[in-house]
Design a binder for this molecule. Structure first.
Ligand SMILES: [Fe+2]
Ligand SMILES: [Fe+2]
Length: 148
């Protein structure tokens, strides 16, 4: 699902700031999609979800290649176990995004439930990244020479 997206060439601190900004952009998009779908405005919901899709795909390309790559190189697979678990949520999040993109094809109650599930999983995921994963990656990077 991310073959077209290569990691951006950014310093880690700039990348983390970008990723945190994108969390907000994506949460706003998911909320607009849910609010619109609830009032039957599937067109606005669809537009909002279509905007989130490429942001998410670029975002996880960076997280998995750059952030997780650094953690695994520094700590090993065993040492980065907790972070690997957080990043393993990308697939179920993306599957829910693809499901809710069906909008009117789903029974309204199922759509509403999937959108609520998506938002709560996304919230839990981004909180874990912002409070645990990103600070850990930044602390590993700051202890090393910049050029390494
Ligand atoms: Fe993520
Ligand atoms: Fe993220």
């Amino acid at each position: 699902m991310q073959a077209r997206y290569l990691p951006r060439k950014l310093e880690l601190d700039a990348l983390v700031r970008t990723l945190v900004d994108e969390h907000r952009v994506m949460k706003d998009g998911l909320r607009i999609a849910r609010d619109s779908a609830r009032t039957g405005d599937y067109e606005t919901a669809s537009t909002a979800l279509k905007r989130v899709d490429p942001v998410f795909r670029q975002h996880i390309a960076d997280e998995e290649a750059t952030v997780l790559g650094l953690l695994i190189r520094s700590l090993g697979v065993k040492g980065a176990e907790a972070e690997i678990l957080v990043f393993r949520q990308h697939r179920p999040i993306y599957e829910l995004m693809q499901k809710v993109a069906k909008l009117a094809e789903l029974p309204p109650t199922e759509l509403e439930k999937s959108q609520a599930d998506l938002e709560s999983l996304f919230e839990e995921h981004t909180l874990a990244e912002e409070e645990a994963v990103f600070p850990k990656a930044l602390s590993l990077r700051s202890g090393r020479p910049r050029s390494a």
